[in-house]
Design a protein around this ligand. Structure first.
Ligand code: SF4
Ligand code: SF4
Length: 549
């Protein structure tokens, strides 16, 4: 049998069950009539896109799915932590204990019988250590329906089954079973962004994050890479997570910039991502106390590369928390969350950083651990998986259970006094960072806060669930696909003609600023916390109109 033969057979066998899917679509369409708050929320803002919102196939599907699978009797999605029940009963807003819609649970109420279609596998869970059971469960939960395909950015760009979530699940399954050489599957798995859009889209509750990162971690030790790739990986892992080293590397990189074309091709995307200049290094105090008695006490995770690229994000986060009466502890000794290494198979690096953060963050002494970088927040919530089977697993669960995005936390403080009215009404386009919307299920909270700014109109982007191509080091490792996705998203932002755009992740900001057209200068794309802080400070003013070319 040729290496891919089994895959092809299995894949074709798993093509969409047309009759069943038609039935499911009908169910979903009925559910749409009921309408979720999310749908209403989106439709209400369509008017601010001059070119008209085009609700793409993935967007429309996801809205259908959200309505169809909202747990019976569950409260609507209001943005509060325990209420982001998009597609599964998400009683904890963490990846640590996701109560899931299983295929069986899905089959029971609507009679679709998906339980019969769950993927059969021969993965030996014992052979794959602590990651074996969650990986096998993720494979088993897949019912081959294909609903994730239009939601997958790489399937949209590359257009073949093996670059879709369903195709990748089959590839990983076969490698884990020992029936397909890992090298055959590798290019398609390397092309995965890890954006988790497929998790949001999946009606069967496949927890894709339980599969892709553990798979990469297990494969990495045996993987043979060219020396130049090994060197690039070493440079990334030894500089990006460490702000001081990153600053030094950025300085050296700028000196080498005139010679970029002489460097090996694999290093050029990294050079192209280097900022022209970095703001001065910032040090934060150990504790920030509000004027009155604190209403809550939180620990702030500072992020790594974010500290060097845009320290205003942490300043703004602290300012917002103090303004709303929250005491902020900035734990000394904290490190990169580990997500960068975790997503590229460097599990030892990720575990070491996770353990360091467990030691540094006083979990039991704070009400929440605040993250303002979507990738970091999602990474922190994955600690129980990263440290699965180790002595630190229960500590990891305790930490993950307290992680909150800054916007998610602010809305839990109750009704907030709105910021002062800006001099002119503003339009703001909001870009969902994948590791906020898919990774942490935080969608409503940033929108609720931005809408508090008096006179503000919020613009929704078309295809909001599709990644901008940032995804950790993806825009360095897979620059061609990343550039296509970045240009699409940046063009969509510019087409809104909004005064500002906001997003909750430094990776997205960096990627999109590199691709924004001249009509939408990079300084108008801000981190959500920065934009909100300027609004509350009364310094948010509409930009000077650009001359029309
Ligand atoms: S994580 Fe993103 S890129 Fe990867 S399979 Fe899922 S949707 Fe596609
Ligand atoms: S991952 Fe989910 S949406 Fe995709 S084919 Fe499997 S069950 Fe269907």
């Amino acid at each position: 049998m040729r290496p891919t033969e089994g895959f092809v057979q299995e894949s074709s066998k798993h093509q969409v069950k047309s009759e069943k899917q038609r039935t499911h679509s009908a169910v979903s369409t009925d559910a749409r009539a009921v309408s979720t708050q999310e749908i209403t929320h989106t439709q209400a803002r369509d008017v601010c896109t001059p070119t008209g919102i085009r609700v793409g196939p993935s967007t429309s599907f996801i809205k259908l799915r959200a309505g169809a699978l909202h747990p019976p009797g569950a409260p609507p999605d209001t943005g509060a932590p325990a209420r982001h029940a998009i597609g599964r009963d998400h009683s904890l807003p963490t990846a640590s204990q996701p109560a899931r819609f299983t295929a069986g649970a899905l089959a029971a109420p609507d009679g679709l019988g998906f339980a019969d279609d769950r993927m059969k596998h021969a993965i030996s869970t014992a052979a794959h250590g602590p990651f074996g059971p969650p990986m096998a469960e993720a494979v088993h939960a897949c019912v081959h329906c294909g609903y994730c395909l239009p939601a997958c950015p790489t399937y949209q760009v590359l257009g073949q089954e093996m670059d879709s979530p369903r195709g990748r699940i089959v590839l990983m399954k076969q490698v884990l079973e020992g029936t397909l050489p890992a090298a055959v599957a590798q290019p398609h798995l390397d092309a995965c962004l890890g954006c988790l859009s497929c998790e949001t889209a999946c009606p069967s509750g496949v927890v894709y994050r339980d599969l892709i990162s553990p798979y990469r971690a297990l494969q990495e030790p045996a993987r043979v890479r060219p020396w130049i790739e090994r060197m690039k990986r070493f440079v990334l892992l030894q500089t990006v997570p460490y702000p001081a080293r990153f600053r030094l590397a950025a300085r050296l990189g700028r000196l080498a910039a005139p010679f970029t074309r002489l460097l090996p091709a694999t290093f050029r995307p990294m050079m192209n991502m280097l900022p022209a200049a970095l703001p001065p290094a910032t040090r934060w105090k150990a504790v920030y106390r509000p004027a009155g008695p604190p209403r809550a006490r939180v620990a702030l995770h500072l992020g790594c590369v974010q500290q060097a690229l845009d320290p205003e994000i942490n300043d703004a986060t602290i300012s917002l928390l103090l303004r709303h009466g929250v005491e902020v502890v900035v734990p000394a000794g904290q490190e990169c969350c580990g997500a960068l290494g975790w997503h590229i198979g460097a599990a030892d690096d990720a575990r070491a950083q996770a353990r360091q953060n467990l030691a540094a963050i006083p979990v039991s002494e704070v009400d929440a651990i605040i993250s303002n970088a979507a990738g970091c927040g999602s990474g922190l919530r994955e600690y129980p998986l990263i440290l699965r089977g180790t002595q630190w697993e229960s500590e990891a669960r305790a930490l993950a259970a307290k992680v909150r995005d800054i916007c998610e936390f602010l809305v839990t403080l109750g009704p907030l006094d709105p910021p002062p009215r800006p001099a002119q009404p503003l339009t703001i386009a909001y870009q969902d960072a994948c590791h906020l919307s898919h990774g942490q299920r935080v969608r409503s909270a940033p929108r609720q806060l931005l809408e508090l700014i008096p006179g503000t109109t919020l613009c929704e982007l078309p295809n909001p669930d599709i990644c901008c191509g940032s995804a950790g080091t993806y825009n360095i490792d897979q620059p061609a696909t990343a550039a296509i996705l970045g240009q699409r998203k940046a063009s969509a932002i510019a087409a809104t003609h909004a005064d500002f755009a906001a997003s909750g992740n430094i990776g997205c900001l960096t990627q999109l600023r590199a691709h924004l057209p001249a009509s939408f200068p990079p300084h108008r794309l801000l981190h959500t916390a920065v934009l909100l802080n300027r609004a509350w400070n009364g310094t948010l003013t509409a930009p000077t109109p650009q001359p029309v070319s």
